[in-house]
Design a protein around this ligand. Structure first.
Ligand SMILES: [Zn+2]
Length: 291
């Protein structure tokens, strides 16, 4: 029996789960204060693990540039953290070893682990939320790279954008497919201030402005998938994140752009592109099981 505890730090709330083997025994989600983030995580840990078998590891994930080897948040704009030793601080409060990682990498790892081999050994993850996170699993291993930053797939360039991205570069996938950028672009083009989900509802109702916006998103996602498959010869591409729920509105366009950007498309088996099955739990389950 393996007992772990997963924590996902969002922009305003922390979500956590006490997990035995691969089952969530109990979970909760609550707001936190930035000044007391570590105490709030520890408080939730003590509450959910009370009178239960001892936890072997706490896995924490958040958006941003994370150094997983040293457990340091190098830079997380939405949490206002820089060079913050999160793993050490939470370990001091709880007495339990802590692994810290990026949320999108954790989400991909969660989907991979809980699929028990059915997704293959070579995967890319594109996690569509406020921005676009990513991750790569090659030969069954999550690729970390020299700094632990590998898998920032949302900042690969796409040919249908010359827009400025939040990262400072121009034409990134995130500048088309990130939820915040998608809303900004729609507002700029059509004068309508709507959330991504509202624009999705408009597209489902047949509005041509909204369907065109999702078509652009699909072309951008597909182009990046083509590049990734060309580079890594993938089994599966997992789409996740809250904005990933718009999948059915753009997947056909994504397949078109994917084939066009894939070398030798006619002579190979293409990767499966699918929506993750764990939803918002993916990153908590992944964070809890990453070592
Ligand atoms: Zn970018």
């Amino acid at each position: 029996m393996t007992v772990s505890f997963g924590v996902d730090i969002g922009g305003t709330k922390i979500s956590a789960a006490y997990i035995v083997d691969e089952d969530v025994v109990v979970s909760d989600k609550r707001p936190y204060r930035r000044e007391s983030l570590v105490d709030d995580i520890a408080g939730l840990y003590f509450e959910l693990s009370k009178d239960k078998a001892p936890v072997e590891q706490i896995g924490i994930c958040c958006a941003g540039l994370i150094d997983p080897l040293n457990g340091i948040v190098k830079f997380a704009g939405n949490l206002d953290l820089q060079n913050f030793p999160m793993a050490e601080q939470v370990r001091e409060k709880t007495g339990v070893p802590v692994h810290l990682d990026n949320d999108a990498r954790s989400a991909l790892w969660g989907e991979f682990t809980f699929a028990k081999g059915s997704l293959g050994e070579n995967l890319a993850g594109l996690i569509l939320g406020t921005g676009v996170g990513g991750g790569l699993i090659i030969g069954g291993s999550l690729i970390s790279g020299k700094n632990g930053f590998a898998g920032e797939l949302g900042h690969l360039p796409v040919s249908n954008s010359n827009l400025k991205c939040a990262c400072g570069m121009t034409g990134c996938l995130e500048s088309v497919a990130g939820g915040r950028a998608f809303e900004t672009n729609f507002h700029r083009k059509h004068g309508l201030e709507m959330s991504g989900q509202e624009i999705a509802d408009l597209a489902r109702a047949g509005d041509s402005r909204a369907t065109e916006a999702f078509s652009e998103l699909g072309l951008a996602v597909g182009e990046v998938i083509g590049q990734l498959d060309t580079a890594f010869d993938l089994d599966t591409v997992v789409i996740g994140g809250g904005f990933g729920s718009t999948f059915e509105l753009w997947i056909d366009q994504a397949h078109k752009a994917y084939s066009a950007a894939l070398v030798g498309a006619a002579s190979r088996t293409k990767a499966n592109i699918l929506l993750g099955s764990l939803g918002q739990n993916a990153q908590i389950l992944g964070a809890a099981t990453l070592r």
